[in-house]
Design a protein around this ligand. Structure first.
Ligand code: TXA
Ligand code: MG
Length: 336
């Protein structure tokens, strides 16, 4: 049975206790809901993979209440400290060499010599992490390859009965995952996953970022970056100007004329990329449900700009549209 915990003192204390006891607790962050386990307990981490049906070769992000705790687990460079000061708490994940005394289990780090660390935003989240007092490993709280959850209800749709508890933290303000930046080579900061902090904002502090262009390029660095990911049940068609009558439309911006699509969900009528990011996963989920119920053929997505948060939105939509099933060998999945 999955406990529903509310964001009261008791709820947070119960969630922290469950985590320390090796349980699985989903909790909200400013990006998406994460499925948390004590990163120092390999058995607890193993349960994450089991609950999500996740391939073992995917390393997890460790979450902390503050930067100091994160920097006990990794070898922080001056650039990492500057970025942390600028963007934490917030939607930025830093990949750094693991500290010699790191207590994070090899299973959470997938045996790599690097570790991904992040300090999420949100008072409830911070209170939970502080009370847990250990690094909390947390991938997004969805079954592997499916749409990430941006509310506690989405988590239950995916994982009810498979996890110990979900802590109600309200809807996620940003709505898509953190930006993952690899700083393990200090001379070559590398954008592994676009996300809540824009590439432009990072480049203002780091200079030009290296951006892997193929899956083979990214795979050794970020083994979790499978091409097909965030997949709704219905196929997804991108950059559609004229949707068909048997499609569900994921729209963006003001609509000058009614479309032929059977149903539609506008990510942002005003054309705001921030609003679009926050509504992306909920929109895919809603269209997928309604589309199945009405026997529609696909989800058609209108063109979306690629600057700012648009880059992260494109990344997620490209993955949602990728052919499936995909090869388990990441080298065979070439990024478009
Ligand atoms: O916003 C987020 O980051 C959410 C919330 C819950 O914090 N978490 C999340 O975790 O998206 P997950 O596991 O779905 O994605 C983690 C990404 C994967 O692409 C993984 O390959 C990469 O981070 N990653 C983790 N550790 C890494 C490492 N040591 N080196 C390179 N990439 C790493
Ligand atoms: Mg995920």
């Amino acid at each position: 049975m999955t406990l529903r915990l509310d964001s009261t003192e008791t709820g947070i204390a119960t969630a922290a206790r469950l985590l320390r006891e090796g349980g699985l607790v989903a909790f909200g962050t400013e990006t998406v809901y994460g499925l948390g386990a004590d990163a120092t307990q390999p058995q607890a981490v193993a349960r994450i993979f089991e609950a999500k049906n996740r391939p073992r070769f995917n390393p997890l992000i460790s979450h902390f209440a503050e930067a100091e705790a994160a920097f006990e687990q990794v070898q922080a460079t001056p650039l990492a400290r500057r970025l942390a000061a600028a963007f934490w708490p917030g939607p930025l994940t830093l990949v750094l060499p693991r500290a010699v005394g790191s207590t994070v289990s090899d299973l959470a780090a997938d045996g790599l010599s690097t570790l991904a660390v992040r300090v999420p935003r949100g008072e409830i989240t911070a209170a939970l992490l502080r009370q847990t007092g250990r690094p909390v490993a947390a991938p997004s709280a969805n079954r592997s390859g499916r749409i990430s959850p941006s509310s506690a209800a989405h988590v239950l749709e995916e994982l009810d009965g498979r996890i110990d508890a979900v802590l109600e933290c309200g809807p996620c303000a940003i709505g898509l995952e953190s930006t993952v930046l690899d700083l393990s080579d200090p001379d070559r900061p590398c954008l592994l996953r676009p996300g809540g902090i824009t590439a432009e904002a990072l480049e203002a502090l780091c200079g030009p970022l290296h951006r892997p262009t193929t899956q083979a390029d990214a795979a050794p660095l970020s083994p979790g970056r499978m091409l097909s990911h965030y997949a709704p049940g219905l196929p997804v068609r991108l950059d559609v100007l004229t949707p068909r009558a048997d499609e569900a439309l994921l729209a963006f911006g003001p609509q000058s004329s009614p479309s032929a699509a059977a149903i539609s969900w506008n990510l942002s009528e005003s054309g705001s990329l921030e609003e679009a990011a926050s509504r992306l996963f909920a929109g895919l989920r809603a269209l997928d449900h309604a589309g199945h119920a009405r026997n529609l053929r696909a989800i058609a997505v209108q063109p979306i700009p690629t600057h700012g948060l648009g880059l992260a939105i494109h990344d997620r939509l490209t993955r949602a549209a990728a052919p499936r099933p995909f090869s388990a060998n990441p080298k065979e999945n070439t990024l478009p």
